[in-house]
Write a protein that binds this ligand. Structure first.
Ligand code: HEC
Ligand code: HEC
Length: 404
C-alpha cells in the first residue's frame, strides 16, 4: 500500500515537473538560501517545487556544471542542496568554494555525485525507483554514517519523533479499516472547526493584525503581522538594520531583508506554504485541500496527546495534522517541500490559543526546519479592522516596504 501511495507521489512529481514555472535567477536564488541560513527566519516558507503554468527550466540550463541531477526543475536545485546539507549535517562550504559552486575542487562534492548515483541505483533495484533510501537514511545528520550500533547510554533517549515523521501513510482505501480511518479523519477536521469557534464565526474574520516577538537562537526581535482576507499576509521583523519582510499577496509571495536590494520571489512549495499561512479561514478550508484523508492513531506532543491525520493532496506532497485530544484544536502541522532527492520537512507547533470575536487564534507558534527554528509569541491582536490592500502589493522599487 505504501508503494501505491509512493507511486502516486512520483506521478505527482512528474506533474509538478511538467507544470513548474521558473522565476528563479541563480544569483537571487543563492542570496535567498544564504539569507535563510544567516538572517533571522521569517514567515512560514519552505523551499520546494512549483505548480504553475509555463515551461520549466531544467537544472542544467540554469547552472553550469550539472552531471547527475540533469532533468530536474532548476528551481529544485537549491532545495535539493538543502536536503543534502540537512542529511549530512554540514554547511554548503563542505562541498563548495564560496562564489564558485560550479567548480569541482572539493573531494566531498565528487563523492556526493557518486552517492547520488548509488542512491538512485539502490532505489531502482530494490524499491521500484521510489525514494525509499535517501542520503538521510544512511547519514542521518552525519558526514560519516554510523555503521556500528551504539551501546546503551546512561539515560536512554526516546526515539526521535523525526524518525516516524517522514513515513508515508499506511493502509489503503480498499480495506474497511481505511474507510473507518477516513471517516474519523473527517470528524477530526469537523471537530477542529467547532473547537475554533464554528464556521460562521471563522467566516466573519476579515483581517487580523498581530504584534509580538520572534525568538530564535537566543535573540528576540519585535514582529508585526498583517493579514487580510483573501489570503493576504505580510510580516515585518524589526531588526536593528531595518525590516526583514515576508509577504504573500494572494497569488505571489516574496521576501526582503535589510541591506539587500530588491525582493526575492517565493518559489514552488514556498508559495504553497505561504498561501496556507495567509488563510484566515484555514479551519474551514482544510478539508477541500485534500484528495484523501486518513486518521493514524495518536502521538504524544509535549504533555498533550494528539490525533494524527494524514492528508494527501493532488500534485503536492502530503501533510500531517495533529489535533489535541482534549480541545480538538490543531497543535501541530507538518508539511514537506519536494526536492530531487527527498522531502524537506517543516513542522509548526501552535499553542496559547486565545479567543478573539468568538474565534480561537494561536498566540504562539514554533516553526522548525532542518536549517533552523523560531518561535513567535503574540502579545496583541486586533481583528476585523481596516487594512489597506496596498500594504500587500509587491514593491516595484528597490526598497523593501516599511511597517507603519
Ligand atoms: C555533500 C556535498 C554538497 C553539499 C553539502 C552541497 N552541495 Fe551543492 N552540489 C553538490 C554536487 C555534487 C553538485 C553537482 C550536482 C550534479 O552534478 O548533478 C552541486 C551543485 C550545486 C550547484 C550548481 C552549480 C553549477 O553552476 O553547476 C549549486 C548552485 C549548489 N550546488 C549550491 C549549494 C548550496 C547553496 C548548498 C548549501 C545549501 C550546497 N550546494 C550544498 C554537492 C553538495
Ligand atoms: C546506503 C547508505 C548511503 C547512502 C544512501 C548515502 N551515503 Fe554517503 N556515505 C555512505 C558511507 C558508508 C560513506 C563512507 C563514510 C566514510 O568514509 O567513513 C559515505 C560518505 C559520503 C561522503 C563523504 C564524507 C566524507 O567527508 O568523507 C559524502 C559527501 C556523502 N556520503 C554524501 C552523500 C549524499 C549527498 C547522499 C545522497 C545523495 C549519500 N551520501 C547517500 C553511505 C551512504
Amino acid at each position: 500500500m505504501r508503494r501505491h501511495i509512493m507511486r502516486k507521489q512520483s506521478k505527482n512529481a512528474k506533474l509538478v515537473f511538467l507544470l513548474a514555472v521558473l522565476f528563479f535567477f541563480a544569483a537571487v536564488g543563492l542570496v535567498g538560501v544564504q539569507a535563510q541560513s544567516s538572517a533571522p527566519p521569517h514567515g512560514g516558507a519552505t523551499p520546494g517545487a512549483a505548480v504553475e503554468s509555463g515551461t520549466p527550466k531544467k537544472a542544467e540550463q540554469q547552472f553550469k556544471n550539472i552531471q547527475v541531477l540533469k532533468g530536474i526543475p532548476a528551481e529544485q536545485l537549491i532545495p535539493t542542496m538543502e536536503f543534502i546539507r540537512a542529511s549530512l549535517g554540514v554547511g554548503c562550504e563542505y562541498c563548495h568554494e564560496h562564489d564558485a559552486f560550479d567548480k569541482d575542487d572539493k573531494e566531498p562534492k565528487k563523492k556526493a555525485r557518486k552517492m547520488m548515483e548509488m542512491m538512485i541505483t539502490i532505489n531502482q533495484e530494490n524499491f521500484n525507483g521510489q525514494r525509499m533510501v535517501t542520503c538521510n537514511s544512511c547519514h542521518n545528520g552525519n558526514p560519516k554514517p554510523q555503521s556500528i550500533p551504539s551501546v546503551m547510554p546512561e539515560t536512554p533517549k526516546e526515539l526521535a519523533a523525526g524518525n516516524t515523521m517522514m513515513l508515508p501513510p499506511v493502509g489503503g482505501a480498499a480495506s474497511g479499516e481505511a474507510k473507518g480511518n477516513s471517516e474519523m479523519a473527517q470528524q477530526l477536521l469537523d471537530k477542529y472547526v467547532q473547537a475554533s469557534g464554528g464556521a460562521a464565526a471563522i467566516e466573519k474574520v476579515s483581517s487580523r493584525i498581530m504584534k509580538g516577538t520572534i525568538n530564535f537562537g537566543g535573540k528576540s526581535l519585535p514582529i508585526e503581522i498583517f493579514a487580510k482576507d483573501p489570503d493576504q499576509r505580510i510580516s515585518f521583523t524589526h531588526m536593528p538594520e531595518g525590516d526583514s519582510v515576508t509577504a504573500f499577496n494572494g497569488h505571489e509571495g516574496w521576501l526582503a531583508a535589510p541591506g539587500r536590494p530588491g525582493v526575492r520571489p517565493m518559489q514552488g512549495s514556498e508559495v504553497d506554504a505561504a498561501s496556507m499561512d495567509a488563510d484566515l479561514h484555514l479551519p474551514i478550508h482544510l478539508k477541500a485541500m485534500f484528495s484523501e484523508l486518513q486518521a493514524q492513531g495518536t502521538e504524544k506532543i509535549g504533555d498533550a496527546k494528539a490525533y494524527v491525520v494524514v492528508g494527501m493532496r493532488e500534485g503536492k506532497t502530503p501533510m500531517r495534522l495533529f489535533f489535541d485530544e482534549q480541545s480538538g484544536l490543531l497543535i501541530r502541522l507538518v508539511r514537506f517541500g519536494d526536492t530531487a532527492l527527498g522531502w524537506l520537512p517543516t513542522e509548526i507547533d501552535y499553542a496559547d490559543y486565545r479567543e478573539n470575536d468568538g474565534v480561537k487564534v494561536p498566540y504562539r507558534w514554533t516553526l522548525a526546519r532542518p536549517g533552523g527554528r523560531f518561535t513567535i509569541q503574540v502579545s496583541e491582536t486586533k481583528q476585523n479592522v481596516p487594512v489597506d490592500d496596498a500594504k500587500f502589493a509587491k514593491p516595484v522599487a528597490e526598497e523593501p516596504p516599511k511597517a507603519p
